[in-house]
Write a protein that binds this ligand. Structure first.
Ligand code: SAM
Length: 283
């Protein structure tokens, strides 16, 4: 069964009386070359387990199941259950769990299903939750090796931008703290049914052995980062002092002690400078 063929998709969906829910980001892959490439570059292989988020009709799930030992897929839309039963019926190494990836007890689920197996995450993400999913996974202590994700092209540009460049934002810093982000390949909007209004890109976040910089209080560091990038037109001094409700003198003093210009903007700060600023902020 060629799951990327529009005729086949329409026939399966028609048979199960399924209609797309736009608000769940349901754009299903119709370009046959994308899922095999994603599975390969995402590290699905012998001895590996894979967590997939949002299997949809199972296009990527099938490729992951062919390559890896075990696949656990989390799908929010219970209406897809009869569809996935049919499309994944031939695979005995796939399990689909129905629920919201942002609300499930993921640690419990992963411990239960993967025990101590090495695993990777691979997903054509619903775009409305790209950032929360990335942050949830990076901030968890789940032992995955990498996240291979299809995201909007603009999100890929931001996530993979160097920290200290114009495109960098708070998410860029958070990703660079935990992982090395690489753009793998672009995917045009014509590769999906229904066709979205934007193009996509597959990226991979390879987890670092230890965070890129040493900070004593991670939560505090990220609060400062969010404040610094929260008001992009302001200087880091004004943005941090407004965002964290700190006296300007305290932030100015921290910039000085960190040997940074008083009027510097957050987007000019690299990872090491952000770490130094936080250390000197003493919050
Ligand atoms: N993997 C399929 C493909 O590549 O054709 C479908 C990808 S589609 C862009 C996103 C999928 O994520 C949909 O099946 C949607 O129902 C599911 N989804 C949306 N929000 C979710 C959530 N919070 N938790 C789990 N799955 C979700």
């Amino acid at each position: 069964m060629e799951l990327t063929n529009v005729g086949v998709i329409k026939s399966i969906l028609g048979r199960h009386g399924f209609s797309f829910t736009k608000s769940l980001g349901q754009n299903f892959l119709t370009n046959p070359s994308v899922a095999p490439k994603m599975a390969k570059e995402g590290g699905a292989g012998p001895g590996m387990a894979v967590l997939e988020i949002g299997p949809g009709l199972g296009v990527l799930t099938k490729e992951l199941a062919k390559a890896a030992d075990q696949v656990l897929a989390v799908e929010l839309d219970k209406k897809l259950e009869p569809v996935l039963k049919e499309t994944l019926g031939d695979f005995d190494n796939v399990e689909v769990v129905y629920g919201d990836i942002l609300k499930l007890d993921l640690e419990k689920l992963i411990n239960e299903k993967f025990a101590n197996k090495d695993f990777v995450v691979c997903a054509n993400l619903p775009y409305y939750i790209t950032s929360p999913i990335i942050m949830l996974l990076l901030e968890s202590s789940l032992p995955f090796k990498s996240l291979t994700l299809m995201v909007q092209r603009e999100a890929a540009d931001r996530i993979c931008a160097p920290v200290g460049s114009r495109q960098a934002g708070a998410l860029t810093v958070a990703v660079a703290y935990y992982a090395k982000a690489v753009k793998l390949f672009n995917v045009s909007r014509g590769s999906f049914l229904p066709q979205p209004k934007v193009d996509s890109c597959v990226i991979r976040l390879d987890l670092l052995e230890k965070p890129a910089i040493e900070v004593e209080d991670e939560a505090g560091f990220f609060r400062m980062v969010r404040a610094a990038f929260g008001q992009r037109r302001k200087t880091a001094l004004n943005a941090i002092s407004a965002g964290l409700d700190l006296p300007k003198e305290q932030v100015a003093e921290a910039l000085k002690r960190a040997e940074l210009a008083p009027n510097i903007r957050a987007e000019k700060l690299d990872m090491e400078q952000l770490g130094r600023l936080f250390k000197n902020l003493q919050i």
